[in-house]
Structure formats: structure tokens, C-alpha cells
Design a protein around this ligand. Structure first.
Ligand SMILES: C[S@@+](CC[C@H](N)C(=O)[O-])C[C@H]1O[C@@H](n2cnc3c(N)ncnc32)[C@H](O)[C@@H]1O
Length: 250
């Protein structure tokens, strides 16, 4: 496995125990994605389903409710996340395994579902377009992912104070639309509030999402960024998360 993937998996593994207390956005998006999947429930073809990047199981829980008798492969890059999900939602129809969603088995699934994991793909465009090969004829891919435009407030502070903006690159909505022109896409922006900039960066760490895939901020620059952000927003800081929900029928 590439080093960066090992690091991503390790950081999510470290967070597996406390993840659920802090992953508010992930829970909200799992619930919205489940509502969307419900609209297609009646036209899912026979055969197994799969989940990519299950984490501790916010979406797994919803999938179990929607498809109580369907076999499903529940997968994640992180060993500890898979273990945590298994202990939360052990069920005879579910099989749990560590899998990289970018090298997914050509298993012809009836559906693949994924909540807020694709933004961690290293080769987003290639891997996303390859996922259709893992689906059966008339299979469906349901997903949510963070997209470019998230963290606008962080970027603005960096620009205003001439500090480097080091958030990880995110997929672009236009790329998703051009890979699957027939796809159905819904874009939502969620605003979350934190007592201070430090709380926001701690939050990323606590949910395992603090791995930098590119440039890392030097500790002194991070201090400057936190100070500047707190100065601009003294009572609390707002962070916007731009999320695309997608349905791709093949
Ligand atoms: C933000 S969490 C979301 C977890 C869960 N879907 C939820 O809604 O709570 C992202 C998850 O994607 C997993 N992940 C990251 N890169 C992955 C990859 N290449 N293949 C599969 N899972 C991956 C991480 O280990 C982590 O559990």
C-alpha cells in the first residue's frame, strides 16, 4: 500500500473509538444518503450490495434497515474502523473486510454505497470512474463526498493573512458530472460551528481526518493561522462543508 494510504488508514484507525461522538456531519450525511437510497430501493437488482469506507457504521446501520435480507460486503481501508463497525452492527448478512475502494473487486454488486469516503481517494477521477466495473448490469452507485468549495472560511483567512492554505485537494463537482453525465447530483452546504480554530483542527484529528496528503503546515504557521482565525471570529468559528450526493446507474 502507498505510504500516504497507510497514514490515512492509521489516522482513521486511531480515531475509531471516539469517532462517533464527533462525526456530526458524517451522521447527517449518512441519513440524507439513506433517504436518497430509499427512493431507489424498489429497483435494486438481485445480488449482494457493498459499502466503501464504512467507518464505524453510520451508513451501515441505515443499509441494514433498508435491506435487512440482502448480503452486503462492508469495507474500509482502516482495520480498526472495520472492527468497530463489526462490533456495532454484527449481522449474519454482513461480511466485513479491509478493502481499498480504489482497488475494488470486480464482483458485480447490485449496489455500492459510500458516505464521505471518496474524497480520500488518491486518484479520484480514475477510481471513481472505475467503480462502475464493480457493479452488475443495472447496478447503482450511491455516494456522498466532500467537494471543492468546502472550508471556504479557512481558505479566506489564509488569503487575508498570506498564509499557505494546506487543506487536502477535493474532487470538483464538474469532474463528477463529466465522468457520469447521466448521474443525479444534489449539492448541499453544511455549516458547523466550533468554539475556536483550535477546536476545529482538534476535531479533524479526533475523527481521524487530519492527514495532509500534500504540504504540511509548520507548527509555527499553524499557530499563526489559529490566532488569525480566532481574531477574525472571536466568539466562534464557522466552517462550511460542501457535499455532493450522487446516484449513478450503469
Ligand atoms: C470521514 S470517514 C466516513 C466513515 C463513514 N462512512 C461515516 O459516514 O461515518 C472516511 C472513511 O473512509 C475510509 N477510507 C479512506 N480512504 C479509503 C479508501 N481508499 N478505501 C476505503 N476506505 C477509505 C477511512 O478509513 C474512513 O473510515
Amino acid at each position: 500500500m502507498e505510504n500516504i494510504k497507510k497514514l490515512i488508514a492509521q489516522n482513521f484507525s486511531k480515531a475509531a473509538i471516539q469517532y462517533e461522538q464527533e462525526a456530526i456531519l458524517q451522521k447527517m450525511c449518512a441519513e440524507r444518503l439513506a433517504q436518497i437510497i430509499k427512493n431507489y430501493q424498489a429497483i435494486i437488482v438481485p445480488g449482494a450490495g457493498a459499502e466503501i469506507g464504512c467507518g464505524t457504521g453510520f451508513l451501515t446501520k441505515q443499509l441494514l434497515t433498508l435491506f435487512p435480507s440482502k448480503p452486503m460486503d462492508i469495507t474500509d481501508l482502516s482495520v480498526q474502523m472495520v472492527e468497530q463497525c463489526k462490533s456495532n452492527y454484527c449481522h449474519s448478512n454482513l461480511s466485513f473486510s479491509v478493502q481499498d475502494g480504489e482497488n475494488y473487486p470486480q464482483k458485480a454488486y447490485a449496489f455500492i454505497a459510500s458516505n464521505l469516503a471518496f474524497q480520500w481517494f488518491s486518484r479520484f477521477k480514475e477510481s471513481f470512474s472505475k467503480l462502475q466495473d464493480s457493479l452488475k448490469r443495472e447496478g447503482i452507485l450511491f455516494f456522498s463526498t466532500l467537494v471543492e468549495g468546502s472550508f471556504a472560511e479557512w481558505k479566506n483567512i489564509c488569503q487575508a493573512y498570506h498564509l499557505p492554505y494546506t487543506a487536502n485537494p477535493l474532487p470538483k463537482v464538474e469532474d463528477l458530472e463529466s465522468i457520469y453525465p447521466e448521474g443525479v447530483f444534489e449539492i448541499q452546504t453544511y455549516s458547523l460551528f466550533y468554539p475556536s480554530a483550535l477546536h476545529f483542527f482538534r476535531h479533524l484529528q479526533n475523527i481521524g481526518a487530519s492527514t495532509s496528503v500534500g504540504k504540511q503546515l509548520a507548527p509555527l504557521t499553524l499557530k499563526q493561522l489559529i490566532k488569525a482565525w480566532n481574531h477574525e471570529s472571536p466568539s466562534e468559528i464557522t466552517v462550511s462543508y460542501r457535499v455532493v450526493f450522487g446516484v449513478i446507474k450503469v
